[in-house]
Design a protein around this ligand. Structure first.
Ligand code: C5P
Length: 225
């Protein structure tokens, strides 16, 4: 992006997985390194924005020049995002767990010979992207989500654009062999609302395979424009 392209703008980014407790030593989560979300936060800060990065548990370093809020669960992530708004741009790059165990046990669940194995009951987590996109007051000017899919990538992405009320979905194929999960590169499609708005056809743009840092810089340049 041109230097200062986002000066005076506020940007909120989610990144990483969420962890949903089963008991004090176990959790369910999605696979996510946080690399793409963190790179977007760093690129937005480099373009002059005031950036809040709401991050689930990751093992990578905090980006420079960014205020980082660390959370564990989807519900904590939603509260932290709401506290960080208003913003001009919201980018939901986190791999939020869609469900959490209905009950998180206070004590470690023990396995005992002859005892039945546990069955996990799950409750649905709030959808942070959809909640931000649906805000009547203080909706960010631009709301961006990701779609990590293993099949029918563009169909799912266009569907997500409509269902979640986002302006842009960055779609990436995370099927086996893509190397995207935890890797350094990403090959994305940009799926955005057509001229007719949410009801119209989505506009689709294919980008070449690039490093996640370069994908982040190009995304930020587009969002700034
Ligand atoms: O539905 P799915 O999880 O595939 O949607 C992905 C997009 O929605 C991502 O942008 C992700 O950050 C966001 N999301 C969210 N809250 C959820 C689930 C997904 O913000 N509970």
């Amino acid at each position: 992006p041109p230097p200062g392209a986002l000066r005076g703008r506020r940007v909120v980014v989610t990144s990483g997985p969420t962890h949903e407790s089963i008991d004090p030593v176990r959790y369910i989560a999605n696979r996510s390194s946080g690399r793409q979300g963190h790179a977007i936060a760093a690129a937005a800060a480099a373009a002059g924005a005031e950036v809040v990065l709401v991050s689930g548990p990751v093992s990578i370093a905090d980006p420079a020049g960014v205020a980082v809020v660390r959370v564990e669960t989807a519900r904590e992530m939603l509260s932290a995002v709401e506290a960080a708004l208003p913003a001009d741009l919201f980018v939901a790059a986190a791999a939020v767990a869609d469900w959490r165990p209905t009950v998180a046990a206070d004590l470690k669940i023990k396995k005992r010979d002859g005892a039945p194995d546990p069955v996990l009951a799950l409750d649905r987590n709030p959808d942070i992207l959809a909640a931000v996109a649906a805000r009547r007051e203080g909706r960010p000017r631009l709301v961006v989500g990701f779609a990590a899919e293993t099949d029918r990538l563009l169909d799912h992405a266009a569907d997500k654009l409509r269902r979640k009320g986002a302006d842009v979905i960055v779609a990436n194929d995370v099927g086996s062999g893509s190397g995207v999960m935890g890797g350094a590169d990403n090959e994305v499609h940009l799926v955005s609302r057509g001229a007719a708005g949410a009801g119209g056809d989505a506009r689709i743009e294919a980008w070449p395979k690039l490093g996640k840092d370069e994908v982040a810089r190009r995304l930020v340049a587009r969002f700034a424009a």
